[in-house]
Design a protein around this ligand. Sequence first.
Ligand code: AMP
Ligand code: MG
Length: 401
Amino acid sequence: MSVLVPVAEARRRLVDSLKPLATESVSVMDAVGRVLAEDVTATVSHPPADVSAMDGYAVRSADVTKVPVQLTVVGESAAGHPWNGTVDRGQAARIFTGAHMPKGADAIVIQEDADVSGTVVTIKESSVAQRHVRPAGQDFKTGDVVLRAPKRLTARDIGLAGAANAAHVTVFRKPRVGVLSTGDEIALPGESVGLHQIVSANGPSICAFVRDRGGIDLHLGVVRDEATALRAALDRAEPIDLLVTSGGVSVGDRDLMKQALSTDDFALTFHKIAMRPGKPLLFGHLKGLPIMGLPGNPVSAMVCAILFLGAALDRLQGLPGAAPATLPARLGADMKPNDGREDYVRARLERAADGGLIATPFAKQDSAMISALAQAGALIVRAPHAPAAKAGDQVSTLILE
Ligand code: AMP
Ligand code: MG
């Protein structure tokens, strides 16, 4: 039997064998979730001038060191409507949040600290220079790099790019991913389901995963368990950047992926991983096309997608292809010692009274339990040969939601 490749080593090999796709320019309005390929540089400053942070009165701080004091209101500055006059000694200007500071004024007195009567305002609280003033460029200045590539753009990033006046941003192209299920028993949702058939979980779940992680999913249907049919389906794949299959990767007589790919034009990167679920996981290049052969068991397929397909999609989109983030949690139940494979244990996730996370492994860890995976809040990650653990012990968890 071939040696099992450790998870981290397999991810490294996978990521090393993939190159980021080409880049394209998209409207900032369409860029959320895309991976930035070029830094975004501000072409405006924010704020563009000194502005008020509050509604109130723009004053000369020297006039309001001793209070109460009466000032004459000589103008009004509102957001979008600056006032061109000057605040001289003994004067003030009515001002609103976001409005430009008038010349002469260097502080704001909030309206709660002022009584106005006609053109006279009585200032009841003293102020100092720059109080409630946002200086020009405090947030960012023209020429500042506000977003650094590579980075998957969040709604917050989009707001920043917009404010920096980047109408378009350069991002990596979306990977086109073909998704193929294998198995004589597999029907598709909505089809008539024969007595010996099951309905595909993997086609829908893998397509959804690809889309969720910034790819374009192309469902290529189901191919039967016959090596030449499978090979024909693999060869026929349209212009795509990655082909993901499910099923047929273990060592049963009817597991035909290896057989279909046992030709000189296929370069194997790895076939078996030291993990559970999902030991049989195949990756390689067929005439330059990356192929990921996920196991058929739906839980194994999805866990492998989380650990490896996610990294592949990230890499194609210009990101490093790092491992998913983990968080510490306390165990909600005892666990037996682990064997030589890295274990990803489906678990319920809760918050303890002290705010910490509690992960309780499900009693049944069958890799065909699609419902348990859907209900799991986390995967408890157990290192190879981890010793037995007690309820309350700290473990590492991969948060699913
Ligand atoms: P295989 O790796 O082809 O031996 O499949 C392992 C198990 O996963 C078998 O019980 C299959 O019926 C099941 N399986 C394979 N493909 C799918 C799929 N697309 N959806 C749900 N279960 C599947
Ligand atoms: Mg099969």
